[in-house]
Design a binder for this molecule. Structure first.
Ligand SMILES: Cc1cc2nc3c(=O)[nH]c(=O)nc-3n(C[C@H](O)[C@H](O)[C@H](O)COP(=O)(O)OP(=O)(O)OC[C@H]3O[C@@H](n4cnc5c(N)ncnc54)[C@H](O)[C@@H]3O)c2cc1C
Length: 321
């Protein structure tokens, strides 16, 4: 393993470890000093803050995916709070003319408690989405969490589609299995958000070197843009900030006859914002992931873990007076 790979993996693992410490989380979420982290990656504590951020983005021709913070919860009360937060967001965004969809983590709606609870809550959310005018434009986007929950998450997505709920799914190219999952689901015309993956897994099931993960990402993105996938009705969403990859993909999209509204580029709030605006100004369909809510620590520290350069940012936040 090269030094850089080792540093990146160690940094990412440490930040994931911090994200999972519930006792730390309560203290940190009450700390004004570290709230600077939340300001960078999170729209605010309530849905109105998320709507304001979405309106600000819309002025720059950027669309929104909304996310209610609250992942890996293991109590039925917290799950219910999450579901209520998600439903309130759908209700408020459903009354706007914004171009938005709702991102949902399976564990936040109860999938880590039981499949039954996860499915019941997914149905509750799906039924509300179905009532929104032009519901197909506002699919429920299923985020993908760690490797243990991938089969369960794909099964949930397929059940939603079978129940007539407009739904889309995120697939992570760091996992070996994703190549097959992608070909099967995209070949059936699914909307798929391709990401490299924000988790770390064993080399038995996943690529562990950055270059291999990048290569796998590029391979599947190129497949997503193939004429066969276009004919199947697949809608690609490239969720990356990697300009080297987008520089390859965008000309391929044009050469293969994809018009700019048939695929999307999605990025995170607080990451490469000038680049987001430049792409939107150049006529590309850009969407930004807009998290909101008070449980900001696990999400923000995982974002920090994606780039060792963010260490300076954490240090500055900690030293702030
Ligand atoms: C909309 C969206 C949804 C996502 N959903 C999921 C999901 O459901 N499951 C999942 O596992 N992962 C998800 N991710 C995270 C994803 O898997 C990657 O961890 C993350 O996007 C970084 O990878 P990259 O493709 O940008 O490439 P990288 O090679 O990591 O980054 C390319 C460049 O972008 C910049 N950059 C990237 N990330 C950051 C950051 N956090 N802070 C500062 N600069 C950064 C750096 O300049 C870097 O050199 C999502 C990402 C996006 C954009």
């Amino acid at each position: 393993m090269t030094d850089f790979n080792l540093i990146k993996r160690t940094w990412q693992r440490s930040m994931i470890w911090l994200a999972c410490r519930d006792n730390l989380r309560e203290r940190i979420e009450g700390s004004d000093r570290l709230a600077a982290l939340a300001k960078r990656f999170v729209a605010g504590s309530d849905v109105t803050a998320a709507r304001h951020k979405a309106e600000e983005l819309a002025a720059a021709r950027i669309h929104t995916s909304v996310y209610f913070l609250g992942e890996y919860v293991d109590s039925a009360e917290l799950v219910e709070e999450n579901v209520k937060g998600i439903l309130a967001a759908i209700e408020q965004f459903g009354q706007t003319n914004l171009d938005w969809f709702m991102s949902v983590d399976p564990t936040q709606i109860g999938c880590s408690i039981s499949d039954e609870l996860g499915w019941a809550n997914a149905q509750r959310i799906g039924e509300v989405i179905k009532t929104i005018p032009n519901a197909q434009a506002h699919p429920m986007m299923i985020d993908m969490e760690d490797a243990r929950v991938v089969p369960q998450t794909i099964a949930l997505f397929e059940k939603l589609l079978a129940a007539g709920v407009p739904a889309a799914i995120t697939l992570q190219t760091y996992l070996f299995r994703t190549s097959e999952d992608f070909q099967r689901l995209a070949g059936q015309g699914a909307t798929i958000r391709l990401v490299k993956g924000a988790f770390v897994a064993s080399r038995r099931i996943a690529y562990t070197h950055k270059r291999d993960i990048d290569d796998a990402y590029l391979r599947l993105c190129l497949l997503a843009l193939s004429p066969a996938m276009k004919a199947a009705g697949h809608r690609p969403i490239f969720a990356t900030h990697d300009d080297r990859i987008l520089d390859i993909l965008l000309p391929v999209a044009q050469a293969n006859g994809w018009s700019p509204n048939e695929y999307e580029i999605e990025m995170l709030l607080g990451v490469r914002e000038p680049y987001q605006r430049d792409l939107a100004a150049a006529g590309h369909m850009v969407r930004v992931y807009v998290p909101f809510g008070s449980a900001w620590w696990p999400y923000s520290i995982r974002r920090v873990g994606e780039n060792p350069a963010n260490g300076r940012f954490v240090l500055r936040a900690m030293l702030r007076r």
